[in-house]
Design a protein around this ligand. Structure first.
Ligand code: NAD
Length: 460
């Protein structure tokens, strides 16, 4: 469903009227295309210490023009604020105030990325206050930015350096158009095991090496996407294929025709399976094992809603949502992990939802299933820790799909504007985040829930 208001306010006269009336003025977001230039204007790297210096050097290696201080009047593609050494709240003032100068100079679709350490990794109250303070400050900056700009954070766990391959991978993701609808989010990064990063050189090659070469970080990988016949799942299949993966598109037999079309369009194979069937995992593993040998990426995307106030809920509505959205994933993961077909560096990515974070009226069954996904991901991640495999969740907010097209028009308009980016996301925004999490560049990201919600004001 197109957002006609967004199109309208991005024309001159209606744009001026909206400004005069103080109405929301969502910007057209800067989205990824395969040979995008990461930062056409200079990138500011602010903050003191070896971590900031090393990061500035790494950016130079990507052929990005780097500034260590704001030059008045010069436009910036991004501002990277490195706060990995903050020891007390007083340490935040200088770099944050410099960031304040930098955000004035950001180009439309500009980026703010913070580097910080986890408050959970210190027992010193002042240090924890500083670290948690950065979280609050950056989330506020994200609310303040306009023009389709975003602010996000990379949380270095333990002693992970700023130039860890996954930290750089996360930085590249945040700087790129791939993260267009990811705003006000923090991704935790741990030093990746070497075996999880099969192609480090590719993950960190310089911009001149990228120029004109479509980026295919998933080349040679086999990916299963459930619920791939339409909506977000179809777009995930398309983006994973664009990034080089062989895609097995899975959906219910009733969606067979649409499924075949998607599989055909992405040069993949279609597999008609109801994921709640007891033999679903066995059939998927058999299909992949016989054709490709190894399964590298599993995207648990299939999901349903059966909304009712809890007072009016019956067992069939409750049970069907739990069965599709979470029980099937638990059962499938168990069988994947017991199978030699699932790669030692395999990636599992599950679709959660902001409803599972903040709850939503009429969605107690759905929110239980989606919060369940997050619980499952965090627990499984502990078992995977450091061993090469990863599992993460992506929690979309309001995404323009057939599901959200059914929302009554007025409610839909309000829902769209209730985020810092003042618009709904597109299926491609969810798909780009999943493709990033599936790549080598994300090898040190495990057990995370990444919201793709434009910093939706979900109350959590
Ligand atoms: P959709 O209804 O458009 O597509 C879901 C697909 O899953 C359909 O093709 C359907 O046939 C398939 N499916 C359902 N049950 C299945 C089963 N038992 N076995 C195999 N396939 C099955 O939904 P969507 O909007 O594209 O959402 C995709 C995922 O993203 C879901 O998990 C949803 O909960 C989640 N999500 C969506 C939004 C949004 O705004 N659209 C927001 C948050 C989360």
């Amino acid at each position: 469903m197109a957002d006609a208001y967004l199109d309208l306010v991005n024309t001159p006269l209606p744009g001026r009227i909206a400004k005069a009336l103080g109405l929301p003025r969502p910007s057209v977001l800067r989205r990824y295309f395969p040979v995008e230039v990461l930062a056409p204007q200079p990138v500011l790297v602010t903050g003191a210490g070896a971590g900031a210096d090393a990061l500035a050097d790494a950016l130079l290696g990507w052929d990005v023009e780097v500034r260590r201080h704001v030059l008045p009047g010069e436009k910036l593609s991004a501002a990277v604020v490195v706060l990995d050494r903050a020891g007390t709240p007083a340490d935040l003032a200088a770099p944050m105030l410099e960031l304040g100068q930098a955000v004035r100079l950001l180009v439309p679709g500009g980026r703010v990325v913070g580097f910080l350490r986890s408050a959970a990794d210190t027992t010193d109250p002042a240090e924890a206050a500083a670290r948690q303070g950065i979280d609050g400050a950056l989330r506020s900056v994200a609310h303040e930015l306009r023009g389709g700009a975003t602010a996000n954070g990379i949380v270095l766990r333990g002693t992970t350096p700023t130039t860890d391959p996954t930290a750089l991978g996360a930085l590249r993701f945040f700087l790129s158009g791939r993260s267009a609808y990811v705003d006000g989010q923090f991704i935790e990064v741990t030093s990746a095991p070497a075996e999880g990063v099969a192609d480090l050189a590719a993950a960190n090659r310089s911009m001149s090496e990228w120029e004109g070469v479509p980026d295919q970080p998933l080349a040679g990988r086999t990916a299963v996407v459930t619920g791939a016949a339409r909506g977000i799942g179809a777009k995930i299949a398309e983006v994973l294929a664009r990034d080089g993966a062989r895609v097995v598109a899975v959906d219910v037999p009733a969606a067979g025709e649409q499924l075949a079309r998607v599989a055909n369009d992405v040069g993949g194979t279609a597999l008609q399976v109801d994921i709640t069937a007891p033999d679903a995992a066995a059939r998927i593993l058999d299909h992949v094992g016989r054709r490709f040998g190894t399964l590298d990426i599993v995207v648990h995307n299939a999901g349903i809603t059966r909304d009712k106030l809890l007072a009016n809920m019956d067992a069939s509505l409750w049970d069907s949502v739990i069965a599709v959205n979470i029980a099937s994933q638990l059962a499938m993961n168990e069988q994947l992990l017991a199978s030699p077909v699932f790669s030692d560096t395999g990636r599992i990515i599950s679709l959660a939802s902001t409803s599972g974070i903040a709850g939503n009226r009429g969605q107690s069954n759905y929110a239980a299933s989606k919060a369940g996904v997050m619980g499952m991901v965090r627990a499984q991640a502990v078992a995977f820790d450091g061993a090469g495999r990863t599992i993460n969740a992506v929690a979309p907010g309001f995404i323009e799909t057939e599901m959200t097209a059914k929302i009554p028009p007025l409610t839909r308009q309000v829902a769209r504007r209730l985020s810092s980016l003042q618009q709904g996301g597109l299926p491609v925004d969810v798909a780009e985040t999943i493709a990033f999490l599936a790549s080598d560049a994300a090898a040190g990201i495990n057990g995370q829930v990444v919201r793709v919600c434009g910093q939706n004001l979900v109350g959590a």
